[in-house]
Design a protein around this ligand. Sequence first.
Ligand code: UDP
Length: 484
Amino acid sequence: MDPQHHQLHVILFPFPTLGHMIPLLDMAKLLAIRNVKATIITTSVNASAFTKAIETSHKVGNLKLNLEIFKFSAEEAGLPEGCDNAEFAMKHGLGPQFVLAAQFISEQLEQYLDKVQPDCLVTDVNFPWTAEIATKFDIPRIIFYVVSYFSLCAHKLIRVHRLFKDVSSDDETFFIPLIPHEIKMVRSQISPDLINNKDSISKMFDSQIKKSGDQSYGVIVNSFYELEPDYANFFKKEMGWKAWHVGPVSLCNRSTEEKVLRGISASMNEHECLTWFDSKKSASVIYICFGSIVPITAPQFYEIAVALESSGKDFIWVVRISENDEEWLPPGFEQRTEGKGLIIRGWAPQLLILEHKAIGAFVTHCGWNSAIEGITAGVPMVTWPVFAEQFYNEKLVTDILKTGVSVGVKKWSRMPSADDLIKREVIETALREITEGDTAEEMRQRAKQLKDMAWKSVAEGGSSYSDLTALIDELKSHRTQKRV
Ligand code: UDP
């Protein structure tokens, strides 16, 4: 067969947390829409995050995605029992160990690549060891980044220039150097791993990531050029890596079923949710959700509840809390807010909610998926970062895009404590600022413009559409050269 007409086969290998699996699943769909054969690799404990979504894509979009399930046993990989699951590992402070132990499946990966002879391996940045394997099979390894260009640049500049060293206290501000915007941060908003001497696992891992990045063919970023052009350019120039921006990847989900069955099944039926919205005015409801992994304490939920009630705003609030935590709501809260507020215990159909015209603002922890989904829906945000690269995403939203207000979190923390509590008055002020008055209206208008840009970027001829075409063409030509 003419190599140009051979169907490309791309293997996608996500890190097993929902914030990484969901966008890679969308990436697989984007490839399948372009007639590329896409196979997702996962392990048995994580397969359920894909199976329903894959069935639905097949049913409603006639898209055929493949799922390849590898065996992973925590004990055999040298981890404590229960650690087959990344979320469990992270909750127990075993994140770096889990990441290293994932190499346990390298042999299965090699056997599989040998069997199917694919054309490309798209992997998470957390699997640096896949670079050697891709080289062995002479296929391009491409890193899929679930973060923004801005945070990639900000993180690199802070790491290299270490300006936080020049400040005398944790709450003295410093600027991120060499970028076109004036972005202030305080030292306590930076990950302690970056500031202090890290433990040896993290150090070893960082150097592996750097080396594997240099060995890789390029990177895919879930962003669109018009959103952060300065940082897309800066990243490509500074890192010297090829980069393709193909986002917002969530826009590949067009039907209600696809939006609802992303990741895990929603804890609330979509009809119930949509019926509740029916009585609400346009842009009047506040949506609150902290993603899949951020720990929010019962006292913090209590403060949010009081703020919501005294603001008088309508709300839809996603809560992940243990059943034993009784003290997270003021007595009688649900009776008093009946009709005004909806609490979803567990998992919400986030895309569906954000896109509803009744949504007026999104209180978010600024995980990149949530941030870009909020941007794509044209919704202003109250930013509430907790850890990872969430503080950089906050800066992008509040200081560069100017479509959000910060709730004012000053401290990066994997496990916020009672001292880090954001008080009810502060939350209420942020809820008012994002919904009331001229400044709120200006933010809403800017958010709408970004939404339009996002849709244009993925439409035929748009920047993300064209970058995906360029990536596919490059993979085809790589294949052709290999076969000649
Ligand atoms: N999400 C969802 N329902 C929920 C919580 C999260 O659909 O109740 C989705 C959300 O749309 C996003 C992902 O889960 O795609 C969370 O990723 P993000 O980067 O925002 O945060 P993380 O969970 O990784 O901290």
